[in-house]
Design a protein around this ligand. Structure first.
Ligand code: CS2
Length: 484
């Protein structure tokens, strides 16, 4: 190994693994908020493949990505793993990384650069500070209030609106705001959050936003587990240089984007993105089938002691449960895109989950359940109940989440911490609840998650049955019973 990956050492990387476009010839026309592993394996990969656009990535909560990529001039390896195969590619689309914590004003001024015409976002569901059930901005959130009070913005929506305000003030021109998080109706949802914040910030700005900013909806799909030391050393031995920014992904990738833009953008379709007039059918199938099954496996498989998603689906009991959840509950509630069949889609999802090279932990997918449940499982529950049917599999998945939040330990006795912005609310509501019916009552009452579903007696009793069985017999027996 001859040193660390950077522009100066790039020549040492085997030709087949090097970027097609010299990174120095790229221009940063995109500002990306939330430059984690997912962005680097997904949107940055599409941008890499389709021309000479470059990205200024913003890291929000910690300087880690800036510390990894800064000394590497933004370069990093995308390691695509399938079984025993690992294919490296050094990507050069990221041209700059800013840590918002160091200089909060810099984010708005980068967004206001007239050379920038696209802002993309992957800040995770909780980064939007909205109420997951209603998708409205929480105007009483202390951080939102502090931003509105005039400090340099620290919330994502505050930074975005400050950037749009600076564009409006300087005549920097129209912009595309492209949300790439797994939120339902993500484009319109983010437009709503931006407008709500802007209305409280500067009423005149909302008219500028309406006339100058597009918020296309997108569906994003690629499994990107957190990279491990083993991944980093494998990438290093393949490219011949140390790389602290390695990201790992499965071979599959999909990006469906609503063809509705207000300003120039990369020709992502040249790299395989699908531009469509309506994203909703793709998004519903993906959130309710793939992500719904993912969360179900994370909670139920995690309770049964499985550390990885691939390990959970290697057990037929969990695999057939996930399949039934997708095909017998979720699929019945969605109108799939023309030409797509949900049965083969569910098969392909399970094949992807089985990829043993992906060390995707049930713990990682379990995170932030309060922000994920509505679009992944509760839409299915509501759809089934409205049709007069019982959401047997989705109900068990929600009960699995309840048991996860309630006991905070696996059935093998391993304790864990509930990683969720509403963890404090759960703890307060659960105090004194010591039996399934009381736990269901306590957690169903979290309106931010369940909304009007809390009032459904059928759902309440389904959850109580499932949670009782989970408590009595364990997750594996419960999934077997659900599939019997
Ligand atoms: C996962 C997703 O962490 C999670 O909650 O369900 O990140 C999932 O891997 C992606 O949405 C796949 O596209």
């Amino acid at each position: 190994m001859t040193g660390r990956l950077s522009q100066a050492t790039l020549g040492a990387v085997p030709g087949a693994y090097r970027p097609a476009v010299d990174p120095q010839d790229r221009h940063a026309g995109i500002v990306h908020l939330g430059i984690g592993a997912f962005h680097r394996a997904h949107q940055a990969y599409y941008t890499e493949e389709c021309g000479d656009w470059g990205i200024c990535g913003v890291t929000q909560r910690s300087s880690a990505v800036a510390d990894q990529l800064g000394p590497q001039d933004g370069l990093y390896t995308l390691l695509v793993r399938e079984g025993t195969e690992a294919r490296p590619r050094v990507l050069g689309a990221v041209r700059e990384v800013l840590f918002a914590g160091d200089d909060p004003l810099a984010v708005a001024s980068r967004i206001a650069d007239p050379a920038v015409s696209v802002v993309t976002l992957t800040v995770s569901e909780k980064g939007y500070r909205h109420d997951p059930a209603t998708r409205r901005l929480r105007l009483d959130d202390p951080e939102i209030l502090a931003d509105l009070g005039g400090r340099p913005a620290r919330t994502v929506i505050g930074q975005l609106v400050a950037g749009l305000a600076a564009r409006a003030a300087t005549g920097a021109g129209p912009v595309n705001v492209v949300c790439c998080d797994n939120l339902p109706d993500n484009g319109p949802t983010v437009r709503g959050l931006v407008r709500a914040y802007a209305a409280a910030y500067d009423q005149a700005l909302t008219a500028w936003i309406d006339a100058n900013a597009a918020f296309p909806a997108t569906m994003v799909d690629r499994i990107v587990p957190a990279a491990t030391d083993a991944d980093r050393s494998e990438a290093a031995s393949l490219i011949g240089l140390e790389d602290q920014g390695t990201v790992v992904a499965e071979p599959f990738t999909q990006w469906v984007i609503e063809d509705s833009f207000a300003a120039p953008r990369p020709a992502w379709e040249k790299a395989g993105a699908q531009l469509v007039s309506s994203v909703a059918p793709y998004e519903k199938v993906k959130l309710r089938l793939l992500n719904g099954a993912h969360s179900a496996l994370a909670y139920l498989g995690g309770l049964a002691g499985h550390q990885f998603i691939a390990e959970a689906v290697a057990d037929d009991a969990f695999a057939s449960f996930a399949h039934s959840l997708m095909t017998r509950d979720a699929a019945v509630t969605v109108d799939a895109p023309t030409g797509m069949e949900t049965g083969p889609y569910a098969d392909s999802v399970l094949r992807r989950f089985r990829n043993p090279a992906l060390k995707h932990t049930t713990r990682q997918v379990s995170m932030d359940g309060s922000q994920k449940l509505p679009q992944r499982l509760l839409g299915t529950v509501a759809g089934r109940l409205a049709a007069g049917a019982m959401p047997a599999w989705a109900g068990l998945a929600v009960a699995g989440w309840m048991r996860h939040v309630w006991t905070q330990r696996t059935e093998t006795g391993e304790p864990f911490t509930v990683n969720d912005p509403l963890a404090g609310v759960f703890a307060a509501r659960l105090s004194g609840a010591d039996a399934p019916a009381a736990v269901v009552d306590a957690l169903l009452g979290v309106r931010e998650i369940f909304g009007p579903l809390a009032d459904s007696p059928e759902f309440r009793s389904l959850l109580t049955d499932h949670l009782s069985r989970l408590s009595r017999d364990g997750a594996r027996a419960a999934v077997l019973a659900a599939c019997a």
